[in-house]
Design a protein around this ligand. Structure first.
Ligand SMILES: Cc1cc2nc3c(=O)[nH]c(=O)nc-3n(C[C@H](O)[C@H](O)[C@H](O)COP(=O)(O)OP(=O)(O)OC[C@H]3O[C@@H](n4cnc5c(N)ncnc54)[C@H](O)[C@@H]3O)c2cc1C
Length: 421
């Protein structure tokens, strides 16, 4: 490759990333090297939060990454968020989620909040003074998020929230919890509303802290709302019935963040595996010299790189205001399946040492698993992708002449005809 071609390759990054993108990525890298790599194992074993790293991230302004500049953020949007989360997750996947959950909890305010709500909360989030959580899931409503049972009843001057939420990441630490509750049980489309609950609101309590397989550094809580009173100005967007829409829009925007956790997790596991393979000797030579190990490493690298660019593309689309319903599902599903596969293969490269908790590689595999489950399982992502494909197929009239023309009467159609006569 000539000098000109090399500089063109570097230019590609210049085209895609602004100086501010590069700046936030460099700052995240600094935090990762200084506070995450050396401390990840300690916090994992103790199930303790890495406050020092979060304070450093806040001091460097990283919690304002996705917050628009008019509310005190850096305004580098979802792509900026993805770059930062990737750097963090590469060093400690659990810190990737501890950071990204602040975006998940505050994006509803950015997307659906009133001007007063944005002014009240977003500058504090950007400064790292308001920590966030997103409480949608319940014991009996996970993938089927429309089936919530936590309810909010109208009372004088506000709302009374009652019920329990399950698996609220950062729930026990957050200052602001975006909580979704049923306000109109009879409505199909406007059943749910979102409320901005503050940790000291009367009636809000932590019921239980979950004991987890991975991401042990970040607390995940079962929370309880007992006549939890919130004033009218805490109803997101100021109007009831918009909650389901707000939750789905938020998840579309936040999914590149989870996908970036996947990319970082895969990249971190790959770097560890490659480093180990070049140093570990068996049969008189580094195991990196064996073709089967090379083949694994090569596949891991390809998958990680493909996931990375899918995530960047999706994040850039979100920042450009394009609908990312399909690409966010693709990025989330592909990048997190990649993380699980790459982390598992990395453990294999490490052999017996991979199964031990003495080194971080086992933690990468434990931390990777949740990525395929939360913010919509990867089965649900595939449903979303397929639904979009089917919708798009309706516009493929130009292909009509290239497929069989016969009309096929299906069993369901016959049934309908009979039922209608
Ligand atoms: C550590 C952790 C942190 C979390 N953090 C948060 C959080 O911060 N906020 C929040 O609101 N939630 C959070 N969750 C909840 C998480 O989003 C849900 O666990 C997830 O959406 C799946 O819901 P479920 O566990 O009820 O599984 P279920 O919905 O019961 O699914 C069980 C299985 O059935 C499959 N399945 C379900 N429906 C279909 C379908 N239609 N087609 C095909 N397969 C299907 C699923 O893919 C899965 O494999 C967290 C969960 C965990 C474990």
């Amino acid at each position: 490759m000539g000098t000109l071609e090399k500089s063109k390759m570097q230019d590609l990054q210049d085209i895609i990333f602004t100086d501010t993108h590069k700046e936030v990525r460099a700052k995240a890298h600094e935090v990762a090297r200084k506070y995450l790599l050396p401390q990840a194992a300690k916090h994992d074993h103790a199930h303790s939060y890495n406050e020092e790293a979060m304070s450093a991230a806040a001091e460097l302004g990283l919690l304002g990454t996705w917050i628009p500049p008019e509310y005190g953020g850096t305004g580098v949007g979802i792509l900026g968020l993805a770059l930062v989360v990737e750097e963090f997750s590469k060093a400690d996947p659990s810190f990737g989620v501890a950071f990204a959950v602040n975006a998940l909890g505050s994006i509803p305010v950015i997307m659906g909040g009133t001007e007063e709500q944005k002014q009240k909360y977003l500058p504090g989030v950007a400064r790292g003074e308001i920590s966030c959580a997103f409480a949608l899931s319940e014991k009996f409503a996970g993938s089927d998020a429309g089936g919530l049972s936590v309810k909010a009843d109208k009372v004088d001057g506000g709302w009374a929230i009652n019920g329990e939420k399950k698996w609220t990441t950062n729930g026990s630490r957050a200052d602001l919890i975006t909580c979704f509750a049923v306000t109109d049980p009879k409505s199909r489309s406007r059943r749910i509303s979102a409320f901005l609950v503050e940790k000291d609101d009367p009636g809000f309590a932590i019921k239980k802290l979950e004991d987890k397989m991975g991401i042990r550094m970040v607390p995940v809580a079962e929370t309880e709302y007992k006549d939890c009173y919130v004033s009218d100005d805490r109803l997101l967007g100021g109007r009831p019935g918009l909650g389901f829409k707000h939750s789905m829009m938020t998840l579309d925007w936040a999914r590149p963040g989870v996908a970036a956790q996947g990319v970082g997790t895969a990249a971190g596991a790959l770097e560890l595996a490659t480093t180990y393979a070049t140093r570990r000797k068996q049969f008189g030579q580094p195991i990196a010299g064996f073709q089967m190990i090379q083949s694994m490493l090569a596949d891991m690298a390809q998958q990680t790189e493909a996931a990375r660019w899918l995530v960047y593309m999706c994040a850039a689309q979100a920042d450009a205001g394009v609908s990312v319903n399909k690409t966010a599902a693709m990025a989330k599903c592909f990048a997190t399946d990649t993380a699980m596969k790459v982390a598992t293969d990395a453990v294999q490269v490490f052999g017996g040492y991979g199964f031990m908790e003495d080194y971080p590689i086992a933690k990468f595999m434990r931390d990777a698993k949740i990525l395929q489950i939360y913010e919509g399982t990867n089965q649900v992502q595939r449903l979303v992708i397929a639904r979009n494909l089917v919708k798009e197929a309706a516009t493929h009239d130009y292909l009509g002449e290239f497929i069989p023309q016969e009309h096929q009467e299906t069993f369901t159609e016959q049934e309908l005809v009979t039922a209608n006569t």
